[in-house]
Design a binder for this molecule. Structure first.
Ligand code: NAD
Length: 434
């Protein structure tokens, strides 16, 4: 199949590279010239494990190319995927569809022969109808179908998730479009990945329902963690105790500083707005959003409490800035709430993140960036683990203790064991462990 991928970000580049690896002929298009230049030089503009090798191999084999101008690729395509951003719209939290609509306009002028337009971006219910109307208005006689195919990959494990997904969801009423989508995903038949065909609107909603459910699950265990602290229970054992029940499942039950990232915060708010507009509010998700926002804001006070309420004039070492490990993505990361709050309380913040510091430098004015975890810890009054990168799971704790002014750790990801840390002489605070 000939595939044009419009938008070469975290989703577009991974999807494009994986489709090429499936054997399709893929052009990844982006309007950002610096991205395309870097890709053409063989550089990967984002950090995603394994993506450099996958891109290089498929470029070498002639199945993957990049373009600033998508005209040629779109004309030739059997399927044009839209994988542009759908951030929160300023002011009201609705998904900002301006990039999607602009992409639809561009595509409309170019398609030739039967073409399937596939929305991979996360878009509110009814967006497929908008895209169809935009294209139909410009090209009344064009032969095309608009399909929804939401993406469920996780940054940091994106290639594995794309190639071995739990399921593929395709919202397509048109039979020819269904056949094209089956063909595109055919290699996944080999490992018997279920393809769920639904109506387009249903498919659009499935994506929001999935993200909202997971965000709610994280928020649930975070509230249990707070309760554990009050009643002397251990949230990790609670999570295991409930997670072994198949009806509940063990994933997304790790208590922490609140969810962040490029999807959950914006998608939960967008779902809330859609539901209000439809006259069917989703109260559980409204509450999830509120509880999570408050939680991220409250994390700085935990650091202050670990220093007996005296943050002014103190130095805080922050380990981890990205919203989770194995990505450079800083969008809505808890660090964006925690670091400014610490600074506002009078602390000096020195931070290290293995991949996020280039992006963080624009977003966290006033933070001093260090070259490694031990540099960040040196001379600090407290070390805070904010993102559970592997290298922070295996710190040389004796060295950390020597470098700190006082042995205090606030572990917002429960990486270490309280009894071990106390035995080593640390004042140690974590989440939801008695
Ligand atoms: N990041 C994730 O983990 C993830 C997972 C599942 C779904 N999604 C969804 O996928 C979509 C894309 O997310 P992302 O994280 O890849 O975004 P991103 O910001 O990393 O990438 C979007 C890219 O689209 C480009 N673009 C915008 N308009 C364009 C146009 N008209 N023509 C060509 N290129 C254009 C931008 O320059 C940018 O490079 C969003 O709707 C998001 O919600 C993201």
């Amino acid at each position: 199949m000939r595939v044009a991928m419009i938008g070469t970000g975290y989703v577009g580049l991974v999807s494009g590279a994986c489709f090429a690896d499936f054997g399709h002929d893929v052009t990844c298009v982006d309007k950002d010239p610096s991205k395309i230049e870097r890709l053409e030089r063989g550089e990967i503009p984002i950090f995603e494990p394994g993506l450099d090798d996958l891109v290089a191999a498929n470029v070498r084999d002639g199945r993957l190319s990049f373009a600033l101008d998508g005209a040629e690729a779109i004309r030739a395509a059997d399927a044009v995927f839209i994988a542009v951003g759908t951030p929160s719209r300023r002011g009201d939290g609705h998904a900002d569809l301006s990039y999607v609509h602009a992409a639809a306009e561009e595509i409309a002028g170019l398609i030739e022969g039967f073409t399937v337009i596939v929305t991979k971006s996360t878009v509110p219910v009814g967006t497929g109808d908008d895209i169809e109307a935009i294209i139909r208005a410009r090209r009344p006689d064009a032969d095309f179908a608009v399909v929804s195919n939401p993406e469920f990959l996780r940054e940091g494990a994106a290639i594995e998730d794309f190639k071995r997904p739990d399921r593929i969801v395709v919202g397509a009423e048109d039979e020819r479009a269904q056949a094209v989508m089956r063909e595109i995903y055919r290699p996944l038949n080999l490992n018997e990945t279920p393809i769920l065909f639904t109506g387009r609107r249903t498919s659009e909603l499935i994506k929001y329902a999935a993200n909202a459910f997971l965000a709610m699950k994280i928020t649930f265990i975070n509230e249990m963690a707070d309760l554990c602290e009050k009643v002397g229970a251990d949230v990790q054992q609670v999570a295991r105790g409930i997670g072994l029940d198949n009806r509940i499942g063990s994933k997304f039950l790790h208590a922490g500083p609140g969810y962040g990232g490029s999807c959950f915060p914006k998608d939960t708010i967008a779902l809330v707005r859609t539901a209000v507009d439809a006259g069917s509010p989703v109260r559980l998700i409204e509450t999830t959003v509120e509880v999570n926002d408050a939680r991220k804001k409250a994390m700085a006070s935990r650091v202050s409490e670990a220093l007996d309420g005296e943050l002014a004039g103190k130095t805080v070492a922050l380990l981890g800035l990205t919203f989770k490990p194995n990505t450079d993505d800083m969008r809505d990361a808890p660090s964006l709430d925690v670091a400014p709050a610490l600074i506002a309380m009078g602390a000096t913040v020195q931070a290290f993140d293995p991949e996020g510091m280039t992006e963080a430098a624009h977003l966290l004015p006033g933070v001093v960036f260090k070259d490694g975890p031990y540099d960040a810890v040196e001379g600090a009054d407290v070390v805070v683990i904010l993102t559970e990168w592997d290298q922070f799971r295996a710190l040389d704790l004796n060295r950390v203790k020597r470098l700190l002014r006082q042995p205090v750790m606030v572990d917002l990801r429960n990486v270490y064991r309280p009894e071990d840390m106390r035995a080593r002489g640390f004042r140690y605070a974590s989440i939801g462990r008695g």
